[in-house]
Design a protein around this ligand. Structure first.
Ligand SMILES: C[S@@+](CC[C@H](N)C(=O)[O-])C[C@H]1O[C@@H](n2cnc3c(N)ncnc32)[C@H](O)[C@@H]1O
Length: 274
């Protein structure tokens, strides 16, 4: 069955997201004329371990002044970090228009509009010339992508010769299915978990050379256990990923944790050279 992009958009749809973020920032008593990346970091990094893991990954490759494409950028937190800390020229693309609108507004809000560009586009049909980017960065997106060959071929195409792919993703570990909902899919029809070995083979077949992979499972599990402890004591944060995931946040994160504890899924980051 071919997955339709409108189903993915529905999964992530959140009307007036930017306005809600502004409202919550004001509730947090943040001066709207002086918002920093730190003020929005709870919501603009939509993956397990948020900004912490993006910062870690960024230290694994040479990024200074690079031209970067963030595939499936959502609200653009990692894109802004790369632009701000490493002076990268970053383009983020996402299939969800409301996320792209919000990403642009958030960049305006924190003064990074000159170094970040956000475009509404499909990862399977990237609107860029061959060899346009030094680095492709992608986190927690390919779980929504059925046609992984097309996904990684497009990434390969837009990379310069010797360009770098860096990913941070969730993979299937044993044959047992995760329980839904999870953050990327309310049901199985939107989820295309694949094993590390299948994706690794595909990347090599496409001509990528493996430089490094890192098992991120333990850190992800610890993060989620800790997060649940914090939620138990303090409740959900006013400006956290719960704003994006809604009432089912605890269920979605709990199902990832259960999947990790039962060895159904695992997390890995990887760096490949074209
Ligand atoms: C879990 S979020 C991760 C967002 C972001 N990479 C981050 O880590 O903050 C997954 C994102 O992938 C996007 N996505 C899924 N399928 C896509 C596609 N075919 N093309 C572009 N974006 C896609 C979704 O709209 C969503 O914003």
């Amino acid at each position: 069955m071919k997955i339709s992009n409108s189903l993915i958009k529905n999964q992530y749809y959140h009307p007036e997201l930017f306005e809600e973020i502004l409202y919550r920032l004001k509730e947090n008593e943040v001066d709207i004329n002086n918002v920093s990346r730190r003020d929005i970091t709870g919501i603009d990094e939509f993956h397990v371990r948020g900004a912490e893991v993006s910062n870690e990954l960024s230290r694994e490759i040479y990024l200074n002044n690079a031209k970067v494409l963030d595939v499936g950028c959502a609200l653009g937190g990692p894109s802004r970090m790369l632009a701000d800390v490493y002076n990268c020229e970053v383009t983020g693309i996402d299939i969800c228009n409301e996320y792209i609108r919000t990403a642009k507004k958030l960049s305006e809000l924190v003064g990074l509009v000159d170094k970040t560009k956000f475009i509404h586009a499909d990862a399977l049909n990237l609107p860029f010339e061959d060899g346009s980017f030094d680095i492709v960065w992608t986190q927690h997106v390919q779980m929504n992508i059925q046609d992984k060959t097309k996904f990684y071929s497009e990434i390969n195409r837009v990379l310069t010769v010797d360009g770098i792919l860096i990913y941070y993703d969730i993979f299937q570990k044993n044959k047992e299915s995760v329980i839904y909902p999870v953050p990327w899919a309310n049901n199985a029809s939107l989820s295309f978990l694949e094993t590390i070995s299948v994706v690794n083979t595909l990347l090599l077949e496409l001509g990528f050379k493996k430089l490094q992979t890192t098992d991120q499972t333990y850190k992800a599990k610890q993060f989620l256990i800790h997060l649940f402890e914090k939620i138990k004591i303090n409740g959900q944060p006013n400006l956290g990923l719960n704003v994006l995931m809604g009432n089912s946040t605890k269920k979605k994160l709990g199902n990832i944790l259960e999947g990790l504890e039962k060895n159904k899924i695992e997390l890995q980051s990887g760096i490949y050279r074209k």
